[in-house]
Write a protein that binds this ligand. Sequence first.
Ligand SMILES: [Zn+2]
Length: 683
Amino acid sequence: MNGEHKITSGHRARTALVYLRQPTLMQVREHTESTLRQYALADTAIALGWAPRDVEVIDRDLGLPGTSAAHRQGFRELMSRVCLGEVGAVLGLEISRLGRSNADLARLAEMARLTSTLLIDSDGVYDLADFNDWLVLGLKSTMSQAELHIMAGRLQAAKRAAAERGELRAPLPVGLVYDDGGMVVTDPDAEVQAAAADIFACLLAAGSAYGVVAAFAGRKFPQRAYGGAWAGQLRWAPLTHHRVLQVLKNPAYAGAYVYGRCVTRKKIDADGNVRTVTADLPRAQWPVLIKDHHPGYITWEEYLAIEARLAANHTGGGARPVREGTALCQGIIICGGCGGPMAANYHGDDRASYECHSHRDGKKTPGCRSITAHAVDDAVAGALLAALTPEQVALALAAAGEVTSQHQRTSRAAELAVERARYEADRAERAFSQVEPENRLVARTLEARWEAKLAALADAGQALAAAQDTLPPLPDRASLEKLAAGLPALWHAPTTTPRDRKRLLRTLIADVTLLPEANRAKARIGIRWHTGAADEIVIDRPRPTGVPAPTPSPATGLIRELGPVTSNTGLVTLLAQRGYRTGAGRPFDIKAVQWVRHAYQIPSPSPCRGTEISVAEAARRLACSPGVVYYWTETGQLDARRSPGGRLCIPWTPATEADCRARITSSGHLNPAARRTRPRQHR
Ligand SMILES: [Zn+2]
């Protein structure tokens, strides 16, 4: 071997380390030849005079990318052992590529120089203390870096060119396959096709990716494996939220060919290690996007609609999507006092209120209010339905007609601009072709002019495309009018869910504001429409929930007078006979009577008969707590009868009372004096 004379007995007395690396698992699996050659280096070390027991192989880095030493424990181990000076030589297949970055190799070379460790590869032996060897190794390392760069550059450029033609083959999502001619077609397997199509259908019905997962409960979704032992095989697994998002966000299902949807970026983490992270690029920055490249499951317009829907569902990004609850303005109601969003809170029975939570952040203003949801909802829904009467729709359609003709005029102007630009480019070309080739000065000027005209033509073409793209599709007039006439019925139909109502509301109304109002009995509601128009409605503020209206005094008087001797049922009958109503205008029921009793502390008639007394009365007579009496009745020490109202009635005789008193006197628990009379036990 070249430079074998540099190996001394001092080197041979120390360990020979064989360092193996292979950047990816695929290389380890498929390039077995290279791996075998790397292992054969151990034999080389023995041939160079190391004892077999002194030769060690470090192969922990097989299958790990080599761009940074941070994750490669094998390389770290190699470095630390070289630093300790216990290594005589490091053997690798190609020393200049031991570490893929120059920095790793430079560090190893420096340590090897200080500890007089040899580096050996198939080209020969390097002694880093020798300036020539150090220089050669440095050069080789730089060249291998340059080679990698050039190779990667050429490969990337070729890939990019193929991608721009839409011919670069990439793994297809499930539901799409390459046919024999290399064209993308929908999967011929009907089951797979149905599963993929159902995801989009479910999204339309459910409105969210989680809704799709719920709709697929108990049903499996196909996945095609790429690479590895399962390559090309179809496997069925439960559908996860992540998978749904992958499908919904993949433009391949819309028939589009996209290259460069994700980019990888290098990042330095807190420990100083370099990490590679993958990030999605926004659609505007995709390098290659070819629409109508292959048959898809949805149209490009549907893809854009799904994208918008997912963005509107993304609460992490500040969106406030419609939820299940009945409060219509959930997510779009704003506090007019502090400008913050109001939360929809539910208090059981589906009663909801909109509440400003700015006090949590210490931003509460005197104008901040809470309000019962139904009051606002009724007003807003009324405004919505009023805006959608057939007459209003007819007006809107007339305006839409004007907008359409305006659009047509715009795009006609763009068409004319393109025609003019084409004419001027043709003229510049003709002028250039007619000039004598010898007349170079003139030819140069004319060529520049021709190029400028061609650029202007391209610009005009783009402007036309943009003008045509922004043309909104208009629904036909008859179906719109029919829809508007049927809207109130649809709105109130029991089959219409709160979610549907909210979605409908949001198509027209941008947001609702509870405006500050000095009069506490009134509420002012501002409605901002998507058109930019704004409306203001003033309503009577409903009473705060939980505090009933005061009961009219004649009814209170009756309950006060007859309450102590009449049962609740009796009172309800009496109040109904006299035609009395509660403060809220409803007939009295048991609950309402109970509330009045509670409010005015009117006792109920005693259920006890004859000699019976209540638990409270018994406790009062015995001077003990009611708990003691309850305990006796529960343990059978005292007889009691339960009244229809559920209260205990105790038949009371002098004998019963004497029994109870005796029980108290003898109880050490109830009578501490009894405890003290017992002799104490001394040891
Ligand atoms: Zn507020």
